[in-house]
Design a protein around this ligand. Structure first.
Ligand code: SAH
Length: 180
C-alpha cells in the first residue's frame, strides 16, 4: 500500500496503486486465483504486474519448482513490483517490461495465463502461447464492464472451451491487442 493509504489496507476494495492504475479487491484476486486452478511446478504468465501482489500469490502456490513471468507496460510499476517481490523474498517471479497484450512468446508455452487488465477480446497470441489443457483467465468486454472468461485450450489447434464467471470492471489493457 502507498504510505498515505495504509489505513485502507484491510478493506476489501480495489486500491489505488498510482499511475491511474488499481489493484483488484482481495476477493477478486482470490476468485481469479481459484479459477486458474494453479498447482505446484506450473509456469504461469501474467499480463499486468501492477504491485506484484497477484504474482506473489501465484508464486507461492507454484512453489520453487514453478515460475511466474509477469508483464507490465508502465516502467514505474515494474520497479515497484520488483521492490515488493524482493521485500517478500520471492525468487520465482520474473517481471518483464513489455507489451503483454502480445503475451511473451520467448518463455512460452505456459500452463496458465492470467490477464489482470480488461481486454476488448480474448487476445489471440495468449491462446497460442498456452499449452494444451492450459487455462487462460481474462476479463473480456467493453470498458464499462467485462465478463471474467475462463478459457480452456482443448488441443494444439487452439480450440477452446469458454466459461463465463461473471461481471467485473478492470482498468484497460493497453498495447497492440488492447483498447484503441
Ligand atoms: N495484478 C496487479 C494489478 C493489475 S492492474 C496486482 O496484483 O497489483 C492492471 C495493470 O495492467 C496495470 O498496472 C497496467 O499498467 C497494466 N497493463 C495495461 N496494459 C498492459 C499491457 N499491454 N501489457 C502489460 N501490462 C499492462
Amino acid at each position: 500500500m502507498p504510505p498515505n493509504l495504509k489505513d485502507r489496507t484491510y478493506q476489501d476494495i480495489p486500491q489505488q496503486i498510482g499511475h491511474r492504475q488499481t489493484i483488484s479487491q482481495p476477493t477478486t484476486v482470490m476468485l481469479m486465483t481459484q479459477a486458474l486452478h494453479v498447482a505446484s511446478g506450473q509456469k504461469i504468465l501474467e499480463i499486468g504486474t501492477g504491485t506484484g501482489y497477484q504474482a506473489a500469490i501465484l508464486a507461492r502456490i507454484v512453489e520453487s519448482k514453478g515460475k511466474i513471468i509477469t508483464t507490465e507496460i508502465i516502467p514505474e510499476l515494474v520497479k515497484l513490483a520488483k521492490k515488493n517481490l524482493n521485500k517478500a523474498r520471492i525468487k520465482n517471479v520474473k517481471v518483464i517490461y513489455c507489451d503483454g497484450s502480445k503475451g511473451y512468446a520467448k518463455a512460452s508455452p505456459y500452463d496458465r495465463i492470467i490477464a489482470t487488465a480488461a481486454c476488448p477480446d480474448i487476445p489471440k497470441p495468449l491462446i497460442k502461447q498456452l499449452k494444451p489443457n492450459g487455462i487462460l483467465l481474462a476479463p473480456v468486454g467493453p470498458l464499462h464492464g467485462q465478463s471474467m472468461l475462463q478459457v480452456t485450450k482443448l488441443d494444439k489447434k487452439n480450440k477452446t472451451k469458454i466459461e463465463n464467471l461473471g461481471g467485473f470492471i478492470f482498468v484497460p489493457l493497453r498495447g497492440e491487442h488492447g483498447y484503441k
